[in-house]
Design a protein around this ligand. Structure first.
Ligand SMILES: Cc1cc2nc3c(=O)[nH]c(=O)nc-3n(C[C@H](O)[C@H](O)[C@H](O)COP(=O)(O)OP(=O)(O)OC[C@H]3O[C@@H](n4cnc5c(N)ncnc54)[C@H](O)[C@@H]3O)c2cc1C
Length: 397
């Protein structure tokens, strides 16, 4: 393949969706991925309605939907009192072709996207290769990469997309600031074949459960239930992941027979947005550009929205539009990252975590009032499902 292409660093959901979108627009791509294979562990597992609409345009939605669970309802609960408010995404039927959240593991998307690249003459996916550096001039970007064996390789392209995740090398090379904060608690994500839906009356498949001592999230995937607990950062990883301690926590949530734990991961969560997404002919997208807590499931979804926006503008630039068009990509998507994704994710954590009884009551009363009023309910789910963030983009010049 010659240098008349776009190089994408990272074969996560964002890099692969950008690649599929570009080849659909007849633009050749090379995707460079450090790992030997695509990640198949349990990471993000929620697809919001507009993300499914975008994936549909790329012919990636049907396969994913057939392997996931459609969830028109999601819930806000109190750990002791039960249901507080149940939100209904069916209210969005005039705004989206997919008025539900889809619960499906992100690897099902990356697997389908990889297949699309493999079937195309316009795409090359190279694995086991890490990008270490780049140089750019007025016409091209030269990318320096290294194989696991130590062998060096040089690629040339017209543009470079850094979709290389939270620890992005491309972001580091651009020396762009990545301000924000690190959430104090560690997030412990567990999964179990235990059927919470059969054990807890009226439980929705996606439930955010507030508690002044230990909030949690219960999320259903096609084969498992996921439980997300905040965890004391003073514990070591071994202590957090200790099977006895985990069993105690599961029992305190719902006493019963010993729980089978299928996966367990403990991770630190950051809330950060890169100061710039555009650096000449080099663009950042997805976790490379912004990180946030998973409460609300907006991280991967926002990244996929970046990928679609970026690919559409890059296609215009490819066909002669001025490269300054990419600055609008940055203005639009940074605004969403700060004003929607980060703000909403932080607010979700505050609501779940609130310890002051008066404030907790006020939050809960507010949520109850919202679901009772159809218009307010609709406005709320337009926001939480990220449709509003996409509508608002039109006002960003
Ligand atoms: C362990 C883990 C658990 C998570 N759990 C959840 C969750 O429960 N809920 C949730 O909403 N979100 C979760 N996330 C976040 C979610 O997975 C991300 O938001 C999403 O994957 C972002 O996609 P991305 O394509 O931007 O980045 P990634 O999926 O991180 O993909 C980046 C890719 O770039 C590759 N790469 C990195 N550096 C280089 C390099 N120098 N050269 C070449 N390739 C490189 C990496 O190998 C990786 O494949 C989790 C993330 C992780 C890592």
């Amino acid at each position: 393949m010659n240098s008349d292409c776009v190089i994408i660093v990272g074969a996560g959901p964002v890099g692969l969706v950008a690649a599929v979108s570009l080849i659909q627009n007849e633009i050749p791509v090379i995707v460079l991925e450090a790992s030997a294979d695509l990640a198949v562990d349990l990471r993000a597992s929620t697809f919001h309605p507009p993300t499914l609409d975008f994936l549909d345009e790329l012919n990636l939605a049907d396969g994913l939907i057939s392997r996931g669970i459609k969830c028109p309802l999601w819930q806000f609960r109190d750990r002791k009192k039960g249901e507080i408010a149940t939100f209904n995404l069916s209210l969005l039927k005039d705004y989206t072709n997919h008025p539900y959240r889809l619960q499906a593991e992100q690897w099902k998307l990356t697997e389908a996207a990889r297949k699309r690249l493999e079937e195309s003459d316009l795409a090359e996916l190279v694995t086991d290769i890490s990008v270490r550096g780049f140089e750019q001039d007025d016409d091209s970007v030269t990318v320096f990469a290294e194989r696991k064996t130590g062998e060096k390789e040089v690629y040339k392209s017209k543009y470079l997309v850094g979709a290389d995740g939270a620890r992005s090398t491309i972001r580091a090379l651009t020396k762009v600031g990545f301000p924000g904060l690190t959430i104090p608690e560690i997030f412990l994500s567990l999964s179990t074949p235990f059927r919470y839906d059969l054990a807890i009356d009226g439980l929705a498949d996606i439930s955010y459960i507030s508690d002044p001592d230990e909030w949690l999230v219960l999320l259903r995937t096609p084969t498992l239930w996921r439980v997300l607990f905040p965890t004391d950062p003073n514990l070591t990883d071994d202590e957090i992941l200790d099977p006895i301690r985990i069993e105690d926590r599961m029992q305190s949530l719902l006493p019963g027979a010993p729980y089978e734990i299928s996966h367990k991961t403990a991770y630190r969560v950051h809330e950060r947005v890169a100061d710039k997404y555009v650096h000449g002919r080099v663009f950042l997208a997805g976790d490379a550009a912004h990180l946030n807590n998973p409460l609300g499931g907006m991280g991967m979804n926002g990244g996929i929205h970046d990928a679609v926006n970026l690919s559409s503008k890059l296609t215009e630039v490819w066909h002669g539009a001025p490269i300054s068009l990419m600055d609008r990509y940055e203005r639009q998507r940074r605004k969403v990252a700060i004003e929607t994704v980060q703000a909403q994710a932080l607010r979700n954590r505050t609501v779940l975590n609130e310890k002051n009884p008066d404030k907790r009551k006020a939050y809960h009363d507010e949520l109850r009032k919202i679901v009772m009023d159809e218009d307010k309910h609709k406005q709320y789910v337009l926001g939480s499902s990220m449709i509003k963030s996409l509508q608002d983009l039109e006002t960003v010049e």
